[in-house]
Write a protein that binds this ligand. Structure first.
Ligand code: GLY
Length: 380
């Protein structure tokens, strides 16, 4: 059964997240955007618009034609643009390619972009939507767990630049986030579990009951039971909803969503994006939980429970072949710096994160030491 979570922006209804297990309801959800009566007739949002589905080559093979065929005949024109899969294509060059395609296809300000794919597709398409003709509508149709639980919600869009993640971007709210959870069945294990790191993050920073529920439903989640995944996403997205509604442009508490990301992004960059995002976030989360324990905010049992929770979800809790000093240096070049200070996210307790600007280099190095597997027994 479909479920719906409305997202507010400046306290006004802005867009809905729809959780379902098919693409079949996409057209009616799109038609209902801005639904209001005009001259006694219900306005159909689609019929006077061109639609460009923007996707990557991998998702295109799986779902591109299915979604395109659903939209054909329901709008002025429906076309599709696929760029190569992978974080290395989240660039201004890809944005340029999409601009050229939209110009060639005659897209104007009233038209609509549909981001069909994972975080790279969603962030890149959102950035095109924020900038093409000074802004056109877009909707998110996320096809990875990571995009469904995190990146498709909240209006952060952008691309990487010079090896720095999301260095160029804009806030641009989608008109709809449509999640067909059945797509999670075709995700490879690494991608699926990578997304789980962000679900865990939502439990740890804001919802101890969700964290507990994840422990209790571990087997069903790993088996990808769709009804359990739907409940998981509804609960996880509710955390994201509460955070982004309160602080849509990250002036304050939205930064709590960066739990695990300071050291995680540094590892991601150090390893040249060879690891999945969620794998790096799991490592960063273990490191941040370690600092929280050492500061007396978490008990030792809580720290080890958090750390060990990543293991059944195939996420790493240690890493080989890193240079801790270089990871420390990279944490300082991350955009989560403010006036030269790192905004670190720590756990005051499970389900309650806090921002801290006082974490020292020594604490960060000790935390990196905790996740660094050097081949020797680190705890000897
Ligand atoms: N993914 C972090 C945020 O949306 O703020």
């Amino acid at each position: 059964m479909s479920e719906r979570l409305p997202i507010l922006y400046n306290k006004q209804p802005c867009y809905d997240i729809v959780f379902t297990q098919t693409f079949e309801e996409l057209v009616q959800e799109l038609q209902a955007i801005d639904s209001k009566k005009q001259d006694g007739q219900m306005k159909n949002y689609l019929e006077s618009r061109r639609i460009c589905i923007i996707t990557d080559t991998k998702v295109d093979e799986l779902y591109g034609d299915e979604v395109l065929n659903l939209l054909r005949g329901k709008c002025l024109k429906a076309v599709k643009y696929a760029f190569p899969n992978g974080e290395e294509h989240k660039t201004l060059d890809t944005v340029k390619g999409i601009y050229s395609f939209l110009i060639k296809e005659g897209f104007d300000r009233k038209d609509l972009l549909v981001a069909l794919g994972g975080g790279v597709v969603g962030d890149t398409t959102g950035y095109v939507a924020a900038t093409y003709l000074r802004g056109v509508d877009f909707v998110q149709v996320p096809t990875t767990l990571l995009a469904q639980t995190d990146s498709s919600i909240g209006g952060k869009t952008g691309v990487d630049f010079d090896g720095y993640k999301n260095m160029v971007g804009a806030f641009k709210m989608p008109r709809l986030v449509y999640m067909n959870l059945a797509v999670l069945k075709t995700l490879d294990d690494r991608q699926f579990f990578s997304g789980f790191a962000e679900v865990m993050k939502h439990g740890l920073i804001r919802d101890a009951l969700l964290y507990q529920w994840l422990i209790e439903n571990m087997y069903e989640i790993c088996d990808r039971d769709l009804d359990v995944l739907q409940e998981m996403l509804l609960r996880s997205c509710t955390v994201k909803k509460l955070v982004v509604e309160k602080d849509p442009t990250e002036l304050g508490d939205r930064a709590l969503l960066n739990f695990g990301h300071t050291i995680g992004h540094a590892i991601e960059k150090y390893k040249n994006f060879e690891l999945c995002h969620g794998e790096c976030i799991a490592l960063g989360a273990v490191a941040a939980a370690y600092i929280s324990w050492k500061r007396g905010m978490l008990s030792m049992e809580e720290y080890y429970e958090i750390r060990d929770m990543y293991v059944p979800f195939n996420l790493p809790i240690s890493i080989e072949n890193i240079d801790p000093a270089e990871i420390l240096r990279l944490t300082k070049s991350d955009k989560k710096m403010e006036s030269g200070q790192i905004k670190f996210v720590l756990l005051k307790k499970i389900g309650k994160a806090v921002l801290d600007r006082t974490v020292t280099d020594e604490e960060i190095l000790a935390a990196i030491g905790e996740i660094y597997y050097s081949g020797e027994d680190a705890h000897a």
